[in-house]
Design a protein around this ligand. Structure first.
Ligand SMILES: [Zn+2]
Length: 126
């Protein structure tokens, strides 16, 4: 994935995992923070990292910037509704955008969560 930024987001080192997506603007609860770009269809047998994939109908799509950099947290600040990520907390400038990957229909992968929250689910089905 190419590292990029735009007027809303930048990629920085994350305390949770590798690099994360950080906001350059404020979002209020209910705001659409991200819309998924579904231009990158991928075959199931070519998938290497299930955390960067979504399945819609029978088709698989690989995320790119910015949504592909959103890390998982068990205390997320955005929620996936359809192909949008909606703010469920106020997001301030500099906050990392975090979603709950396990809300999605399981694709068969799993990951260990490192969000450090009290109610961490530890194993996340992807
Ligand atoms: Zn967690």
């Amino acid at each position: 994935m190419k590292i990029e930024d735009n007027e809303f987001f930048e990629i920085k080192k994350s305390n949770i995992s590798g690099f994360g997506l950080f906001s350059k603007v404020c979002f209020e609860i209910g705001d659409v923070v991200l819309k998924w770009n579904l231009n990158n269809e991928i075959k199931k047998e070519d998938i290497k990292d299930f955390s960067k994939i979504t399945k819609i109908g029978e088709k698989y799509y690989e995320f790119c910037f910015p949504e592909g950099f959103v890390n998982h947290s068990c205390i997320p600040n955005v929620k996936n509704i359809g192909t949008n990520e909606i703010a469920i907390k106020k997001i301030n400038i500099g906050d990392e955008i975090l979603t709950d990957y396990s809300c999605d229909e399981s694709l068969g992968g799993e990951m260990i969560c490192n969000c450090q929250s009290k109610n961490c689910k530890k194993i996340i089905n992807l």
